[in-house]
Design a protein around this ligand. Structure first.
Ligand code: GDP
Ligand code: IMO
Ligand code: MG
Length: 451
């Protein structure tokens, strides 16, 4: 099937934006921290003004929460435009697909009354997560013991290992039963040897897995297409594309806090390789910045707060993993890290989220330098040992007592809140294009605060 020729229907309701995403080109939305910045809310909001939303990396490790009216849904694999009728949603080649998670999500979205027929496209080149990927990840994390990464257990790392080792199974392989059987038999024999001999873990049954994946093929077949071709043709036809990143820049396998990272490229370059679109098609790169920082899993986190303030951020911000339910570690906003991720991604705009959570926190601290070995600087070290050793140097600002939840006008924000946003824009040298003051679509200030 190739749906590229048909113009995707446009959603009629438009949101007044302080950023023009109708550029007939690509806008990339990227987490600027360690994930969970509120990308889902933002992509859903911007989707009201866009033709196509495309996920470019990661898998069901992502948890993107969308809230509208009295409804809330956490998406793991489907792009966050799926609740906007008429918006085409693409799962790109860079995503690793867990069939069980995908089918479950498609079913639930349909049951909620949202049609996916003709507007969901899945890349034939995307790799599949196999039961052995999850089994190996479990065994590896267990063996790492205290040095564990604290992964989401969704098989992401081992699936990307197979992709780059050129032993992965792709969506297109489902079309040919003989190829699928041959690939899986070889792969499972190798994985069973590793599971049994190295990790003393249970082995997997080849026939059962083949059966399961053949069933999966029957359901996803209508959605499978050459998505790179589709996107490039759509761009030529003047469509707007929103590329939705999962995770965050500091979890990037190259530019994050390695080895405490995910196994893909959430950063801007990942949008090109994960969708098969040229860098020249990208017009805007929006960095999503939570007004404080959170991190799930292990690894260095210079501004982490283990005191009452951290507890308060977790409680008020409901900082519990959308995928695993784990409590998120909380800390102050880190502008040294943000300047670094802005440099890597080339952010053209920043979207500040969860500003409302800081109401009543007084004073507010913002990290503007790191101190290490008796010297202070603004360099973000990605070498784990150094990052774990730096001491954050804070700029202290007065907080505000007013509840700003749901505020939609910039003038309705207290001066202290506006000053904080201004500091972020000026420090990073990038305009803020919107401020989120609550989880719902409407709870957003659409204003441009110039750097
Ligand atoms: P994502 O992974 O970046 O999409 O973010 P998550 O969905 O994992 O986590 C963000 C959480 O914050 C979700 O529960 C959202 O509903 C919620 N959220 C998003 N923006 C805001 C905001 O401005 N204020 C508040 N209070 N919650 C928000
Ligand atoms: P969204 O898209 C926050 C973290 C895990 C772990 C590390 C590696 O919702 O922002 P993995 O399972 O990817 O191999 O785990 O990355 N992690 C996330 N943290 N938000 C996410 O996604 C994450 N996806 C993975 O907690 O530390
Ligand atoms: Mg999340």
């Amino acid at each position: 099937m190739f749906a590229g020729a048909a113009a995707p229907p446009r959603f009629v309701e438009r949101t007044p934006l302080a950023i023009d995403v109708r550029t007939m080109s690509v806008t990339v939305v990227i987490g600027s921290q360690w994930g969970d910045e509120g990308k889902g809310k933002l992509v859903d909001l911007l989707s009201g003004d866009i033709d196509i939303v495309a996920r470019y990396q990661g898998g069901a490790n992502a948890g993107h929460t969308i809230r509208w009216g009295d409804k809330e849904f956490v998406l793991h694999l489907l792009p966050s435009g799926i609740f906007r009728p008429g918006v085409v949603c693409v799962v790109g080649n860079g995503v690793v697909i867990d069939p069980v998670a995908l089918l479950d999500e498609i079913r639930t979205v349909r049951e909620m009354g949202y049609d996916v027929e003709g507007r969901l496209m899945i890349s034939h080149k995307a790799h599949l997560i196999m039961p052995y990927h999850k089994a190996i990840e479990r065994a590896r994390e267990h063996a790492r013991d205290a040095g564990a990464i604290g992964t989401t257990g969704r098989g992401i790392g081992p699936a990307y290992v197979d992709k780059f080792a050129r032993t992965g199974v792709r969506v297109v392989d489902l079309l040919d039963r003989d190829v699928l059987r041959k690939k899986l038999t070889a792969s499972i024999a190798e994985k069973n040897a590793i599971l049994g001999r190295v990790y003393d873990a249970d082995e997997l049954n080849v026939e059962r897995i083949i059966e399961e994946y053949v069933e999966f093929d029957k359901v996803i077949d209508p959605y499978v297409t050459d998505t790179s071709n589709y996107l490039n043709r759509a761009l030529k036809m003047g469509r707007d594309v929103l590329a939705e990143g999962a995770q965050g820049s500091l979890l990037d396998v190259d530019f994050g806090t390695y080895p405490f990272v995910t196994s893909s490229h959430p950063t801007a370059g990942g949008a090109c390789t994960g969708l098969g679109i040229p860098p020249t098609s990208i017009r805007r790169v929006i960095g999503v910045v939570k007004a404080y920082c959170t991190r799930v899993g292990n690894g260095p986190f210079p501004t982490e707060l283990t005191c009452d303030v951290g507890e308060r951020l977790r409680r008020v911000g409901a900082e519990f993993g959308a995928t695993t339910g784990r409590p998120r570690r909380c800390g102050w906003l880190d502008l040294v890290a943000l300047r670094y991720t802005s440099m890597i991604n080339g952010f053209t705009d920043l979207a500040i989220t969860k500003l409302d959570v800081l109401s009543g926190v007084d004073p507010i601290r913002i990290c503007t330098q790191y101190s290490h070995g008796g010297k202070t600087n603004m360099r973000f070290p990605t070498e784990t040992k150094t990052l774990a050793a730096v001491e954050p140097v804070y700029t202290t600002m007065p907080g505000w007592p007013e509840d700003v939840c749901g505020v939609r006008e910039i003038d309705m924000l207290p001066d202290a809140a506006r000053n904080m946003v201004q500091l972020v824009a000026s420090f990073v040298g990038v305009d803020v294009c919107m401020i989120s003051t609550g989880p719902r679509r409407s709870e957003t200030v659409m204003a441009r605060i110039a750097a």
